[in-house]
Design a protein around this ligand. Structure first.
Ligand code: FE2
Length: 273
């Protein structure tokens, strides 16, 4: 199975680039399933239902989120209407929406996708992500109910991301980190067969600070006094993510490589596409 994950779309810059490039990628490379992180899609904070639907129209099969999931309050209601919208699974029981769901890929495979959030340096009030992973994977194991398992681990600390990857190694097809917005150079297949990348990178303007206009952020570091709003950087965008070849037999990763297309970073497409 040919799988693509695209990292956090930041504002109109990121989403316009995804809407522009994704349909061609799906067509040209015959992708079976695509997941896009959309938690920064609305002006950098959260996602609206309209943007979510546009992302699905562009070819995403699932949209994942993270700590900004509720920044646009309408997400609290529209998350209940769409099975292909995921919020972090380790919110308390009773939270609207879902954090994991079983989908059917274009090749007919059953694919479990889960969005789980780390707790180091962020959101310590959420449930333990490791215990959450046990529950999610236990309810729909790879090789039994699921032919592939994808986890978007939205976290700040690379150590937590790495330990999470090793923790579920052999039980997931891919663990991909999001939230830190910079693509890491550590794409690999772990000992047990799980594809892993600490951070997919974002889809947005890399001439920025994490996709936001750098001037105001520099000002805040220097003066400690906000001068204005944080705005999405509007320069030419680069889309970043990771491609995985998932074994139809085992559901584990056979090949993994980054994808970067656009203005600022060195372009690369998975070598096996
Ligand atoms: Fe985030």
């Amino acid at each position: 199975m040919k799988f693509l994950f695209l990292g956090d779309m930041v504002g109109s810059t990121g989403r316009d680039a995804v809407f522009d490039r994704l349909p061609g990628l799906i067509r040209d490379y015959k992708l079976d399933f695509v997941v896009v992180n959309g938690e920064n899609a609305a002006h950098g904070f959260g996602i609206t239902e309209e943007i979510f639907l546009d992302t699905i129209d562009a070819g995403a099969d699932v949209v994942t989120t993270g700590n900004h999931v509720w920044a646009q309050r309408e997400a609290l209601s529209f998350c209940e209407r769409h099975d292909n919208f995921l919020r972090p699974a380790n919110y308390p029981k009773g939270t609207p929406g879902k954090g994991a769901y079983l989908y059917e890929a274009r090749n007919g495979a059953r694919i479990l996708v889960s969005n789980i959030m780390g707790c180091v340096f962020m959101n310590p009030e959420l449930d333990d992500p490791f215990a959450c992973a046990e529950e999610v994977l236990g309810s729909c194991p790879l090789g039994e109910q699921a032919d592939a398992v994808i986890i978007d681990f939205h976290a700040e600390a690379t150590s937590e991301k790495q330990c999470f990857g090793h923790f579920v190694d052999g039980r997931a097809s891919l663990v991909v980190g999001t939230h830190t917005h910079m693509p890491t150079a550590d794409c690999q297949i772990l000992d047990g067969g799980t594809g892993y990348m600490s951070d997919s990178g974002m889809c947005g303007d890399y001439n920025s600070s994490l996709g936001m206009e750098k001037e105001e952020l520099i000002n805040r570091f220097v003066t400690k006094i906000p001068r204005g709003r944080m705005e999405v950087a509007k320069g030419p965008a680069t889309i970043c993510g990771v491609g995985v070849e998932i074994s139809d037999r085992t559901g584990l990763a056979e090949k993994i490589a980054p994808l970067r297309l656009g203005a600022r970073l060195e372009e690369t497409v998975p070598y096996f596409w």
